[in-house]
Design a protein around this ligand. Structure first.
Ligand SMILES: *[C@@H]1O[C@H](CO)[C@@H](O)[C@H](O)[C@H]1NC(C)=O
Ligand SMILES: *[C@@H]1O[C@H](CO)[C@@H](O)[C@H](O)[C@H]1NC(C)=O
Ligand SMILES: *[C@@H]1O[C@H](CO)[C@@H](O)[C@H](O)[C@H]1NC(C)=O
Ligand SMILES: *[C@@H]1O[C@H](CO)[C@@H](O)[C@H](O)[C@H]1NC(C)=O
Length: 287
């Protein structure tokens, strides 16, 4: 979601992309381990991470969310903000509905969603909404220590930087993934990327330091800067990403509308591109 100034922090929502899959993780081998994707907004995974078919690619190209689900691997996506953009609940709840619609475009995936509450370190995680009435609340300010706390949109929770980091660590430890996908933590504030994207990625990078249980890979994905890169999605890869995006955009009035028409918008540039910026293997027991 391209919005300036920064979208305010709002909520954390957990989506188990397929309810049955976590069970598979617990029974499965490490080689088919789980992945955890943590992004700022409801459309960031769709635009910048998700829908790349692997098409025989190996090694340097990590399997993406689409492939994980198709392959029966467990995957979970966390949105650190509600993506409320200073609008009300109808808007950001709509974005959540868009995410569910997008995930449900995948072949052989049943559109059946169960909403549950995960208790991570004593915190209920289904909706950690940060209150958008706090005028200066932003992930960047929290990350940089310019504000000491940030509140959920329903006022039910307040987080310090350390508490939000600890919550994310708790989410990671709880899921024990072998692959964590994040937004681009190789960037710096002011580099042209959305401050929420950067803040979310820094929080994830920091939070992962507290996760030492299993071997894992942490991969970061390029965001707006993909615009300057060559198109690298086509054919089935592009079709599946477009299909998912079109399902989402019907629910997010600030994107391409319904029927979808991204002509002249940045979305049209981002959709046929997908780049990673780093990928690091971390051994269990190290940080
Ligand atoms: C979906 O399931 C059908 C029937 O089992 C199978 O032939 C097809 O390859 C599957 N498609 C994908 C993308 O997994
Ligand atoms: C934000 O929090 C304040 C104080 O807790 C509360 O009065 C207000 O209703 C909340 N706003 C929203 C949008 O939930
Ligand atoms: C899509 O949007 C562009 C730019 O606003 C506009 O010129 C075009 O007519 C639209 N196409 C349709 C089918 O509405
Ligand atoms: C761009 O996408 C293609 C197709 O998935 C992939 O092979 C390539 O590795 C991507 N480039 C980067 C730098 O991630």
């Amino acid at each position: 979601m391209k919005v300036t100034p920064a979208v305010l922090v709002s909520c954390i929502c957990l989506f188990g992309a397929a309810a049955a899959l976590p069970l598979r993780r617990r029974q499965g081998a490490i080689s088919s381990g789980c992945s955890l994707n943590i992004v700022a907004h409801e459309d960031d995974d769709l635009l910048f991470i998700k829908w790349v078919l692997r098409a025989g690619l190996r090694g340097s190209v990590p399997p993406d969310i689409f492939n994980d689900i198709q392959a029966g691997r467990c995957t979970r996506t966390v949105f650190i903000t509600a993506g409320d953009n200073n609008r009300g609940e109808t808007y950001w709840m709509g974005r959540e509905a868009g995410t569910r619609a997008a995930y449900s475009t995948m072949p052989n995936v049943t559109d059946a969603w169960a909403t549950t509450t995960a208790v991570i370190g004593g915190t209920n995680v289904r909706v950690q909404t940060l209150n958008n009435t706090v005028p200066s609340s932003s992930l960047q300010k929290l990350y940089q220590g310019k504000i000491s706390t940030i509140q959920t949109v329903d006022g039910s929770n307040t987080f310090t930087k350390a508490e939000l980091t600890a919550l994310l660590t708790g989410i990671i430890v709880d899921y024990a993934p072998n692959l964590i996908r994040a937004q681009d933590f190789t960037g710096t504030f002011g580099n042209g990327d959305h401050s929420d994207h950067l803040s979310a990625s820094f929080f994830v990078r920091d939070a992962a330091q507290g996760f030492t249980g299993v071997d894992y890979t942490i991969t970061s994905y390029m965001q707006y800067a993909t615009s300057a890169r060559p198109i690298n999605l086509s054919g089935a890869e592009l079709d599946s990403k477009t299909n998912a995006w079109d399902a989402y955009t019907a629910f997010d009035s600030l994107t391409c509308g319904s029927p979808p028409n991204c002509t002249g918008k940045d979305y049209a540039i981002w959709i046929p591109r997908r780049y990673t910026t780093s990928s690091t293997d971390v051994k269990a027991g190290t940080a």
